[in-house]
Ligand binder design. Structure first.
Ligand SMILES: NC(=O)c1ccc[n+]([C@@H]2O[C@H](COP(=O)([O-])OP(=O)(O)OC[C@H]3O[C@@H](n4cnc5c(N)ncnc54)[C@H](OP(=O)(O)O)[C@@H]3O)[C@@H](O)[C@H]2O)c1
Length: 234
């Protein structure tokens, strides 16, 4: 039985990942979200999967909330095998469009997507160290790749490039020795963020991500993968 922590698990890809892990049946999922009272579907799943699913409150932008969630996690398990930093935002026009950018909104997106995933990882480090083949997965984006040559979505793309760098540093930091860290692009997915025209259903993306995550080991440390396991350019 592996222990998994997923951030932003109340909707979209995070909820789909939670469902896939439950369906597989070999995992215990700690599903975190910032407002459990408003997470009806996740709450209903937790009621019917009492042994396999626990919902934790965590706003990834609030360090006190992260620390409370880490305490709750420690109360529920001695080890963490997989951390999936999934929570994210794309930001509004003030984060996206030249001429409308504001420092506040650009910073908010970068902080939510990149800084928070690093702080959540730090809060989970000791539990991960005790895990079986412990893995940290940053849910990034192809839009975070420096190889792309197009102009759009400033803050989101900066945040995902920074998230990718965090994954690289984590992968080679002695303080994280024994923990495999990768960054993954989930594809273009039909969620609130991806929109209805996106090519993948959340469950398709989640199933493929989970297959890759299950197979990760030390030789994958520091790599950037697409949801189907293809290695991506930085
Ligand atoms: N959909 C795509 O096509 C696509 C493509 C590439 C990468 N991604 C990445 O995949 C991840 C999931 O995206 P999605 O498509 O599932 O988006 P989504 O449907 O908009 O869901 C975003 C999730 O992140 C949570 N979240 C946002 N800010 C948070 C905070 N401060 N604390 C805790 N949770 C927070 C949301 O919770 P609330 O309900 O509380 O807001 C929600 O659960 C993101 O990192 C995104 O960048 C998505």
């Amino acid at each position: 039985m592996q222990n998994i922590l997923i951030t932003g698990a109340n909707r979209g890809i995070g909820l789909a990942l939670t469902k896939e892990y439950l369906a597989k049946g070999d995992s215990r999922v700690f599903a975190s979200c910032r407002n459990p009272a408003g997470a009806a579907e996740l709450g209903a799943l937790a009621e019917t999967n009492f042994e396999q699913l626990r919902v934790l409150q965590m706003d990834v932008t609030d360090e006190a909330s992260i620390n409370r969630a880490a305490d709750a996690l420690r109360a529920g398990t001695d080890v963490l095998d997989v951390l999936i930093n999934n929570a994210g935002i794309s930001g509004d026009d003030h984060a996206r469009i030249m001429g409308k950018l504001t420092s506040t909104e650009v910073s908010h997106v970068i902080s939510t997507n990149a800084v928070s995933s690093l702080i959540v990882t730090q809060a989970c480090r000791e539990l991960l160290k005790k895990g079986d083949n412990p893995r940290v997965v940053m849910i990034s984006s192809g839009l975070g790749s420096l190889a792309r040559a197009d102009g759009s979505s400033y803050a989101y793309r900066m945040s995902k490039a920074a998230m990718n760098m965090a994954a690289r540093v984590l992968a080679f930091d002695e303080a994280m020795a024994g923990i495999t860290t990768v960054t993954m692009a989930p594809g273009w997915v039909r969620t609130d963020m991806g929109g209805s025209a996106a090519s993948l259903a959340p469950e398709e993306s989640a199933r493929a991500l989970l297959t890759v995550i299950d197979g990760l080991g030390a030789s994958d440390n520091g790599k950037f993968y697409r949801y189907d396991g293809m290695e991506l350019d930085w």
